[in-house]
Design a protein around this ligand. Structure first.
Ligand code: NAP
Ligand code: ZN
Ligand code: ZN
Length: 346
């Protein structure tokens, strides 16, 4: 089945119209007409091969919401006409200990990314949500509420789960002093979720223009990290820092802001490695951790939580023709706070 899409043909070529083939739905597959797809900074890192390992042509997009158009004859949870969503993964081995615990993102045999992954059966490159249709096993399709605006639900599939999962794993809630570092797609969901869990939330941002928004999103405090005197005042303050920054930055400055026993968790994935002296962990028994998206059961739990608590993303809906310009704006921090492609424009 031929499907319209937008693809990067190389690390230096802009995204442009392309057409790709989707498989016919097998017995356990659902076919989804994509209505909206969020634009994650990982799409940009991958399209431009900033992490290495990009397979071209590359069709990014892993914040997918749409409507089921066809189901295989063994599909149990969906029927044609239902809403459905797909996040960052479309498959995993489903047999290893991590998969069995619902931690498919840490599959011992490698999860299959929604784009730039290798299909288990054929080894073929996977193509993401900057396209009209996707076919996926029902086990990796999520259900979403019909009560929330679909375009604002789309970013929950990556930005939402990537911030929800570490906040849950480290049991963040009332009584914790939490900082969200970087107010972009992930950061704005981190603020909303951490505040909804009852934590005291501080936004650490290098953009002075974002203070009012940070507070509107639920942050109790705002610290301008480019102002050394403001930053220094936070030394020793936080129990937990969630680092969502996409570009090179000084981790040590933020490790200093942790209280004794404090934890900093990286979800932002800058292409350049960080330098951290062991003493910055030793003094104060501090921890530095990381977290990758979330498993399928937890992603469903997060979607249900957001539906119940009326949490969605703040989005700017774009025409797919403007995707390259949107990448530039994202790099300049000029997005409030997630671009979402209206797939009717493709
Ligand atoms: P984004 O919308 O572009 O937000 C990134 C934010 O980082 C910016 O808004 C900015 O916030 C801050 N920032 C950017 N450049 C900076 C610099 N030079 N110094 C300091 N701060 C800077 O990106 P996103 O979609 O939220 O993604 C963020 C990162 O998370 C990316 O690296 C992405 O690949 C990664 N990611 C990881 C996972 C995972 O599973 N771990 C999942 C999705 C995405 P301020 O203006 O407020 O400073
Ligand atoms: Zn993402
Ligand atoms: Zn596995």
């Amino acid at each position: 089945m031929s499907t319209k899409a937008y693809a990067a043909q190389s690390a230096t070529s802009p995204l442009a119209p392309w057409s790709l083939d989707r498989r016919e739905p097998g017995p356990h597959d659902v076919q989804i007409e994509i209505l909206y797809c969020g634009v994650c900074h990982s799409d940009l890192h991958t399209a431009r091969d900033e992490w290495g390992g990009t397979i071209y042509p590359c069709v990014p997009g892993h914040e997918i919401v749409g409507r089921i158009t066809k189901v295989g004859n063994h599909v149990k949870r969906f029927k044609a006409g239902d809403l459905a969503a797909v996040g960052c993964m479309v498959d995993s081995c489903r047999k290893c200990d991590n998969c069995k615990q619902g931690l498919e993102q840490y599959c011992r045999n490698g999860m299959v990314g929604t784009y730039n992954g290798r299909e288990k059966a054929t080894g073929a490159n996977t193509y993401g949500g900057y396209s009209k249709q996707i076919v996926v096993t029902e086990d990796f399709a999520l259900t979403i509420s019909d009560k929330q605006p679909l375009e604002a639900v789309a970013p929950l599939l990556c930005a939402g789960i990537t911030t929800y999962s570490p906040l849950k794993y480290w049991e963040i809630g009332k009584g914790h002093k939490v900082a969200i570092l970087g107010l972009g797609g992930l950061g704005h969901m981190g603020v909303k979720l951490a505040a909804s869990f009852g934590a005291e939330v501080t936004m650490l941002s290098h953009s002075p223009s974002k203070e009012a928004d940070a507070k509107r999103l639920g942050a109790h405090n705002f610290v301008l990290t480019s102002d050394a005197s403001q930053a220094k005042k936070m030394n020793g303050y936080f129990d937990f820092i969630l680092d969502t920054v996409s570009a090179e930055h000084d981790y040590n400055m933020y490790m200093n802001m942790l209280n004794t026993n404090g934890i900093m968790v990286c979800v932002g994935a800058p292409p350049t490695p960080a330098q951290i002296p062991a003493f910055n962990l030793i003094l104060g028994r501090k921890s530095l951790g990381g977290s990758l998206i979330g498993g399928i059961p937890e992603t469903q739990e997060m979607l249900d939580y957001c539906a119940t608590n009326n949490i969605v993303s703040d989005v700017e809906v774009i025409d797919i023709k403007n995707i390259n310009e949107s990448y530039e704006r994202m790099l300049n921090g000029d997005v409030k706070y997630r671009f979402v492609i209206d797939m009717a424009t493709l």
